[in-house]
Design a protein around this ligand. Structure first.
Ligand SMILES: Cc1cc2nc3c(=O)[nH]c(=O)nc-3n(C[C@H](O)[C@H](O)[C@H](O)COP(=O)(O)O)c2cc1C
Length: 185
């Protein structure tokens, strides 16, 4: 099963990177699949550690998908890395093996620490819709503009029915972004 997370990694100099990533979940082992051109991949190669943050705040997925976002975070417990303030829980992981076959690496990691910060209240339809919209926002260069527009219209109906203010704000951010993003040709 793929679980959507916010992955935090450090570069060799200690600069923090935040990126939404779907990870193959396991209790002892988590598989990361970053594209080779991502900062996440370069950091994993350089430092061999990461924190898999689980959060119900979809704003982080929206901002992380469309910008080089920075979020409040504190040092991790065991690995050299950081835990999001917005994390409900997290896993600290170390790289066991790294297969850099293009276009997408397969990085097998071992869980070395687990932490819990607050209750994961749950996902709902609007949060799920924002996640789908965030993925679409990372694919504007690949998909026809009509398809993006149609899917956003469908997702907006769900947001209008079931969102709170945070989800509405995240959806508005993504809608503005895809309106201005260069289209696929
Ligand atoms: C929900 C979600 C899941 C994502 N999963 C992945 C993934 O598994 N691998 C990947 O390379 N990019 C994934 N992305 C896209 C990355 O977040 C995006 O390319 C990001 O810019 C990479 O950041 P980085 O260069 O700072 O590492 C995902 C995006 C979203 C919104």
């Amino acid at each position: 099963m793929i679980i959507e997370s916010i992955l935090t990694t450090l570069d060799a100099g200690g600069a923090v990177n935040f990126a939404p990533m779907g990870v193959e979940w396991g209790e002892e082992e988590i598989v990361l699949k970053p594209f080779l051109e991502t900062t996440t991949f370069r950091n994993l190669q350089a430092t061999g550690a990461a924190v898999v943050n689980l959060t119900d705040d979809v704003m982080l997925f929206a901002q992380g998908a469309i910008s080089n976002a920075q979020f409040p975070a504190a040092p991790a417990t065991v690995v050299r890395g950081v835990v999001l303030e917005a994390a409900c829980s997290w896993r600290e992981v170390r790289v066991r093996s790294l297969d850099a076959t293009p276009p997408r690496a397969r990085v097998v990691t071992g869980v070395v620490h687990r932490g819990v910060r607050r209750e994961f209240l749950g996902f709902n339809r609007a949060r799920n819709a924002v996640l789908e919209a965030a993925i679409l926002a990372t694919r504007t260069h690949l998909l026809p503009p009509d398809q993006i527009r149609d899917e956003f219209a469908r997702l907006q109906v769900i947001v209008d029915k079931t969102a709170g203010p945070r989800e509405r704000e995240a959806m508005a951010l993504l809608t503005d972004y895809v309106r201005l993003a260069p289209a696929a040709r």
